[in-house]
Design a protein around this ligand. Sequence first.
Ligand SMILES: NC(=O)c1ccc[n+]([C@@H]2O[C@H](COP(=O)([O-])OP(=O)(O)OC[C@H]3O[C@@H](n4cnc5c(N)ncnc54)[C@H](O)[C@@H]3O)[C@@H](O)[C@H]2O)c1
Length: 262
Amino acid sequence: MNTKQSLENTGSSRDNTARQPGNTTPCSGSTARQPGNTTLLPKSILITGSSGGIGAAVSRHFLALGCEVYGLDLLPQTVTHPLYRHFICDIRDADSLPDIENVDVLFNNAGLQNSPDDIDNNLRGTVNVTEKYVASPRLRSVLFNASASSVTGQEYPLYAASKAGVVGYMKNLAIRLAPRGITVNAVSFGGVITPLNDPVMNDPASWEKIMAVTPLKKWTTVEEVAQWVEFLTTVNQSMSGQNLLIDNGEHDLNGTFVWPGA
Ligand SMILES: NC(=O)c1ccc[n+]([C@@H]2O[C@H](COP(=O)([O-])OP(=O)(O)OC[C@H]3O[C@@H](n4cnc5c(N)ncnc54)[C@H](O)[C@@H]3O)[C@@H](O)[C@H]2O)c1
């Protein structure tokens, strides 16, 4: 068993408590929020970067719940389902974005890591998408996939700057959309098990170094990411303007207390 397989197995053991399609309130056709009705699913979700590791997993999660999924990506579709519609477009080019009405939830996920274009792609592109679809009268939640880098400043300079910019923009949007009752938040993951990370996941020496500074001794699976997205855009109706750091304790649980005898 290689390192990646063993990681995937570790992740799946945590999935025993995952919500199953039959274990949720099905799409009702109504998106109205009712007091006390915290499990109302959206009818539709727009996901950028839906051909990639996280985007495809989140798409499949919402499809399994019976929601329509609109996927935007530079690449051809990797998800096939009767409720899935794929649009090939470049989020950097606002004119390439398709007209889609009735978006209930927007998950801004598309991103590059360590390209000369990180700012234009990850920040400007995300702003393009958001400003295009926030006019949807049914919109009720926007979630941004930032990165732990937005909090720690680690990783590549332009990537860190782009993701911190996304968080600043998220807060601006949360203020603007609050009067419409729309929640706007960001998730900032540390390591997620996706092909993007194959170089370190498949290198035992790198992986050992990473685990040495990861208190929970694991990375996050894409299925767990999907559950966060569902919770924050569907159950959550009271938190807005927040950037959640979900990094298996890497940032806050590595003690640096130095004292003689301690
Ligand atoms: N994988 C991780 O460990 C991790 C951790 C924290 C944050 N993130 C963030 O999560 C998001 C998804 O990461 P992933 O691991 O699934 O990566 P990925 O490379 O597998 O997927 C990203 C997808 O976005 C698409 N995309 C990129 N630029 C685009 C553009 N201009 N227009 C349209 N589509 C575009 C790509 O084609 C790709 O399909 C990224 O924003 C990444 O920064 C990932």
